[in-house]
Design a protein. Sequence first.
Length: 660
Amino acid sequence: MLLIFDTCEHVIDSSAKLAEKLLRNCSKLKIISTSREALKISGEVVHKLASLTTPVPDKESTLESISQFEAVKLFIDRALTVDANFQVDNDNAPALAEICHRLDGIPLAIELAAARVRILTLQKINERLSDRFKLLTGGKRTVLPRQQTLRAMIDWSYDLLNDNEKLLFHRLSVFSGGWTIESAEEICSDEIIESYDVIDILTGLLEKSLVTTKEDSNVIRFSMLESIRQYAIEKAGNEEEINQRHLNYFKKLVDSTKMRFGNEDMLKWIRKLDAEMGNIRKAIQWGMEHDTESAHEITNFLTEYWQAKGFFREGYQTCKKLLELDENAEPIHKANALHNISTMLYSLANLAESEKYADEALAIFREIDDRKGIVNCLNILGVVSNMNSERSEEAFGHLNKALEISRELNIKETLANTLYNLSYTSKIKNEIEKLKEYRYESLSLYRELGHSNKVALILASLGILERNRKNSEKAREFTEESLSILREIGDKYLESINLINLGCINMDQNDTLNAIELFDESMSISEKHGYTANLIPALYYKGEALNKSGDYNNALVNFRRSVEIGFEAGIDFFLWKIILGMGISYFNIDQHQRSAGHFACVYNAYEISSINFGKSNRDELKMYLERLRGILGNEELNNIVKSKESIEKDEMIRYVLGNK
């Protein structure tokens, strides 16, 4: 015989006693009970029911990519019962994916949201979920009251709690993205709830299904479904003391992580920050409104993490917002924020703004005589100048001064960074031995410090160096070691660079198909995360690969886009190589005059302006000019070359883009 006890949580004690008595006296009896907590009787086997599966929100979501998820299927099924014409397509699929995700796959919440499609679009439903308890009402009249609204459903569980459980439930809503037992004990305890009581009360909330757990890297993390957390926030009100304790705890965590960022445990601490980023972001937001000094300290500590993960846009927006809110910031906080903004803008390829902020920061650091800050700003000014071939001497001046101060300070991390940046100036000046010397000294220092992401950065640059020296196997070895480290860290910025490097190595070995796939993968990462500077070489090298495979028209498409992005960002690092590649494309589709015009721009640039142009590129240019001489004749070719002698860079770019 099988008995079913349904919804036992409000009569849990009597249900448990009855079930135990029946089972003791009826040997062949089986009982299935549904409840928000276990009966806790002998022989009971607990099976927790998970929420419905939900898609990860993505602006690129399509109907096909989300249709297999349970929450999506339920939403569509219920939506069709209220509107027979309801349809999901690729335009509204991203909104549906986000709705299901934000509602945690809770069936009742999904059904109540679906009921709104009669009067609201999916996009509007998603927008209104910030006030979900007002939106998600109006269930069927025939069901129990607790099943008619989302609030009533959670009220049903909340009413089961004792006073201390309710108090801890309120306080736990301060966490965003989950918590550990240690953080709950430190932040949520006081004279009412002692630290040692937290674990028992938390266990009660877990048993009543208001809290969930997940093990991650041998650490048990607790969390609430977002709908339950929003309910707890409403019940808790705006408790300033608990929010301040939360801020202090995570400021201390970020500070302790920074202290360990340059040692062999770096990856472990990056993962720790990964797990707590929801809480850290919330702490910063609270600090911006109530404790700007602490917010400044957290953002300054966090800068290395943002850089290691490639979260440049988040770093920029956070530091800029804080600076705008705190007009009277202490000079050191203001200077650090300006420098951090400059660093993020450089990585986002906004060079003019990066330089402006670095100059402002440098002035303050000089005023307060912060020599490490001065070195950091000189480094940014140096690398910004390095991105423009006409400013290489200016870059050399900034970085040489930074090196001088770095050696005096004897701070290994600062010295390693300066040496690495100087290596690029040596590359522009074609001082290859000096370049190697700087990079290997920098690598040695970063290995000594255990700074994994910087080690990966230099390994990537050494891979490029070895590729340029035609040592493909050594280049692949450096690049793959770098890529392995970066994927473990989760640094998408440098991963996108390494994918370009691997593509180039494959191209050198005549594997253009795999090379193009790697360039496309790199571009996909860069476009998703806003790494504009990395798109320029990826597009250029893809154009080169397409030239090699004979697809000259598509090569031109990629070359042009690379020039456009570089021009907009003020980066001309690859400009001459791109124009040479375009000339080759035009030559091979028999547009010989256009080809000659491109080659003339490059020829005049290195003959008259003395730009650094590798021997292989010069030899290739010479060969094509000779072939054009045979096609166009001496006089016409010479006239084309002469017409480009005094062309300004902006005019030349308009010409190569076909705008003149």
